[in-house]
Design a protein around this ligand. Structure first.
Ligand SMILES: Cc1ncsc1CCOP(=O)(O)O
Ligand SMILES: C=C1C=NC(C)=NC1=N
Ligand SMILES: [Mg+2]
Length: 212
């Protein structure tokens, strides 16, 4: 695995994703999660109560500042223009967003580009442009309406078998006890929303993942 891909795969170990729909106190939750060991953060601001415009940008900048102080990559979901405007570390896009090739052309070679994939074909289309792929939902999830079919780690194993070096993060309904098996099946890390964002004790919830 070339050094940059290995470094990136390491950084994907505990990938926290959060936005205002996921918690009452985004800044407090994210700061606690950063203190307790998340290794990558994605600002995912979607849904009917989601922030937009100046409020969304202000929140993004505040979260970016937090991530910088913990030296954790700050990734923005979907919103490539916002990512460019505030010089985020990267973007994560789904299949219904702008084509990966176009996003890569816009953000350049040094920014992170993550792509959600649900089939081997989508993985094959992503590998020329993406730094990592998000695969799921591994388990049922309430955090994304259109999450698609729950497929366990089947696709994670298939993508790993086909692309030995591609950084992979599993996502969807993931709890701490799931992590060893997901990594065993080929993921470099896990992406988590509610198991951390909705936890009564965010610090404890994060540490349960981080010590694995
Ligand atoms: C964004 C996304 N993509 C597939 S499942 C999902 C939501 C994951 O949230 P949770 O960790 O709360 O199940
Ligand atoms: C849908 C997604 C899949 N994977 C990741 C890492 N982020 C997302 N928003
Ligand atoms: Mg999207």
């Amino acid at each position: 695995m070339n050094p940059s891909r290995r470094a990136l795969a390491e950084q994907l170990q505990l990938y926290f994703i959060c936005g205002t729909p996921n918690t009452k106190d985004v800044l407090g939750t994210v700061e606690t999660a950063l203190q307790c060991g998340v290794t990558c953060f994605q600002f995912r601001e979607k849904g009917k109560e989601a922030l937009y415009g100046d409020k969304k940008e202000a929140m993004a900048r505040a979260l970016q500042t937090l991530c910088r102080s913990y030296d954790v990559p700050f990734i923005i979901n979907d919103d490539v223009a916002l990512a460019e405007r505030i010089d985020a570390d990267g973007v994560h896009i789904g299949q219904d967003d702008t084509e990966a090739a176009h996003v890569r052309a816009r953000i350049g070679p040094d920014k992170w580009l993550g792509v959600s994939v649900h089939t081997l074909e989508e993985a094959a289309a992503a590998i020329d442009h993406a730094d990592y792929v998000g695969i799921g939902p591994v388990y049922p999830t309430k955090s994304k309406e259109d999450a698609g079919a729950v497929n366990g780690t089947t696709l994670i194993r298939q993508v790993r078998d086909m692309y030995r070096e591609l950084p992979i993060v599993g996502i969807g309904g993931i709890l701490p006890e799931h992590v060893p098996m997901i990594r065993q099946d080929g993921a470099d890390g896990v992406a988590v929303i509610s198991a951390i964002a909705s936890a009564p004790d965010v610090a404890m919830a994060t540490r349960r993942f981080a010590c694995l």
